[in-house]
Design a protein around this ligand. Structure first.
Ligand code: KPL
Length: 308
């Protein structure tokens, strides 16, 4: 399969490298300097779970590309720009493999091809230009974003991932939405808490960190149900705890963003929960508080406009 991986951060670089190992796949990685130059010069090095170097095609220019699949792995606040660039090319399908919610709608607004949603628990950190540390095996789930859209394409993408030895499942539209909301609950509990407290994900496994899991899961599950996605609060809390345990030693992406003084994905995580809940008249005080704290930090660092 011809695959454009749009976004060469941690997950994009890991998936790009794993997919590029398959002789039948041709991978183009779209990223930024100095990572792109390092990959062009010496290849993309993976360390950790497995150690290898691959040489995918690599570019900083995301326009006029064509492939079977565009796998979108940029930060959520860059999705609009990515979608505009992808719209200048030609793809059979586009798949979001990003944190938070709302990315698929953004892609669908700009692109005519079927949109797939994906979620993954593979762990990676881009350590230095040209190198990504593969921290943990996990799984990846894909499915069509709309019920009418492209179940066949989702199956093909699932097969392409499985060929790269990625532990893959394919869901229908209802199934992938449930998965995305469960992952949203994990991100809503883990990401801002670890970023504010400067702790690894495992800190939410025991009190006092674990005290946040139940209220976050309850608020996210209530909001999901109001949005037409059948999610039970206890099952959601168990799913969050599973992610905490599986990634206990990891720094969350938001912790890394805050530690490096970068803008976070708070708006598409807790911010999304708050906005959806508001539309349905649900109170989500824990999500609102975490959102406000992270936004306060972003505004004070000049990373966002203060709210008017
Ligand atoms: O997706 C993640 C992130 O850090 O953004 C989790 C699941 C919390 C793993 O660290």
């Amino acid at each position: 399969m011809d695959i454009v991986v749009f976004g060469a951060g941690s997950i994009g670089s890991l998936f790009g490298a794993l997919l590029a190992r398959v002789p039948d796949h041709s991978v183009t990685l779209v990223g930024r300097e100095p990572h792109v130059a390092a990959v062009r010069d010496a290849g993309l090095r993976v360390t950790g779970v497995d150690e290898f170097v691959v040489r995918p095609a690599v570019t900083t220019d995301g326009t006029d590309l064509s492939a079977d699949l565009a796998l979108v792995t940029v930060k959520a606040f860059d999705t609009e720009t990515a979608a505009e660039e992808l719209a200048t090319g030609a793809f059979r399908a586009v798949c979001s493999l990003q944190n938070g919610m709302g990315n698929e709608e953004t892609l669908a607004r700009h692109l005519e091809c079927p949109v797939l949603a994906g979620t993954t628990s593979y762990g990676a950190v881009r350590e230095s230009p040209g190198t990504v540390a593969w921290n943990g095996r996990g799984d990846v789930v894909v499915g069509p974003w709309e019920p009418t859209d492209a179940t066949g394409v989702a199956e093909e993408v699932g097969e392409a991932f499985a060929a790269a030895d990625l532990s893959t499942a394919v869901e229908d539209a209802a199934g992938i939405r449930r998965r995305l909301w469960r992952k949203l609950a994990a991100n809503a509990a883990i990401n801002p808490t670890t970023a504010l407290a400067r702790v690894e994900n495992g800190a939410l496994g025991d009190p006092p960190g674990s005290d946040l899991v139940e209220p976050i899961a309850r608020e996210v599950a209530a909001t999901a149900r109001a949005s037409g996605v059948d999610l039970d609060a206890d099952e959601t809390a168990a799913a969050v705890t599973e992610v905490v345990d599986a990634t206990a030693a990891n720094e969350s992406s938001m912790y890394r963003d805050v530690a490096r003084g970068r803008r976070t994905e708070i708006d598409v995580i807790n911010g999304y929960v708050v906005e959806q809940a508001r539309e349905h008249g649900i109170d989500v005080p824990t999500n609102r508080t975490l959102r406000t704290l992270i936004r306060t930090w972003e505004a004070a660092r000049g990373l966002r406009e203060p709210d008017r």
